[in-house]
Design a protein around this ligand. Sequence first.
Ligand SMILES: [Zn+2]
Ligand SMILES: [Zn+2]
Length: 364
Amino acid sequence: MQTIKAAVCRAFNEPLVIEDVLLAPPATGEVEVTLDAVAICHSDITFASGAWGGHLPAVYGHEAAGVITAIGDEAGGFKVGDPVVVTLIRACGSCPSCAGGQPTICETPYDTVKGPLQTVDGGPLDQAMACGAFAEKVVVSHRQIVKLPAEMPKDVASLLSCGVITGVGAAVNAAKLRPGQDVVVIGAGGVGLNAIQGARIAGARRIVAVDMTEEKLDIAMEFGATHGVLASQDKPWQAAYKALGGRGADAVLITVGAIPAYDQAPRYLGRGGRAIMIGMPHSGDMSSYEPVVLAALGQGMVGSKMGDVVIQRDIPWMIDLYEQGRLKLDELISGRWSLDQINEAIEDTKTGSAKRNVILFDRG
Ligand SMILES: [Zn+2]
Ligand SMILES: [Zn+2]
């Protein structure tokens, strides 16, 4: 066990507490990554609010990048010194879902309370989302990490862990967009902007962003939206039809957690269209739709976790797109903070104006 600094959630809806915690060495199949950067995701905030339950105390944080500093046996060919991005997708590789190419819905349970973290007095400490990356180091499965180019900045790379792969993956893997199709993206936040980028990369004809403020619609246009629709107006789908030349969309990507977005999503669909549910509402929230319309128009609604990505396949091509100037990452970062400032960074993210706030670790 070694002692590291972490931001610990001791009570829901309370500020995180910076304290010393214990980290176990990597077991078989695991690596230790010393972090350079971890981004703050709305999922961290939702967990810290208690809306998804979970054990306390806990260490959240799951969009991280750093350098491997120790490896266990059978570490998948990774070496000490490799720069890597760390994701929350702890897939076993051999269950029916993994074997079928869907590691984001791996069926093998992993007990995060029995993970590598303990409080400094040896008590249980939840390694939330199988990462626990609001900490100087993480110990994770080698299946959760992907090697990075040495020159890639870690703050930028950390974004590939979650928001980027979820948004781009939803457009490419879940919606299976073809060139020329029309897309509506509900929500222009951290995931929504990447869904818009994914639709652009997939060759969408028209990309309509739907959000509550003009400011967010302007940002959506910078990421590839061709039209913006204010969600606050009456029957906003009518404005989307207009933008799409009088028809509904081939795909609607719902990237927010607000239930009205789910209730309204089928309204934006054209005949044969698919609504992809990507955002993560609070547990217990319910939505309703009119089945006869979906049946009569041959439409569908489907959930997608983490953009249905296979990280070993998808993150390397996203890195290439970034290096070719075809995937915007730098522009997604709105602020850089230290671990000691994490509660301020979280508050700033809650205001909704922030794209991604990133915690940088001082490894001096
Ligand atoms: Zn996330
Ligand atoms: Zn599995």
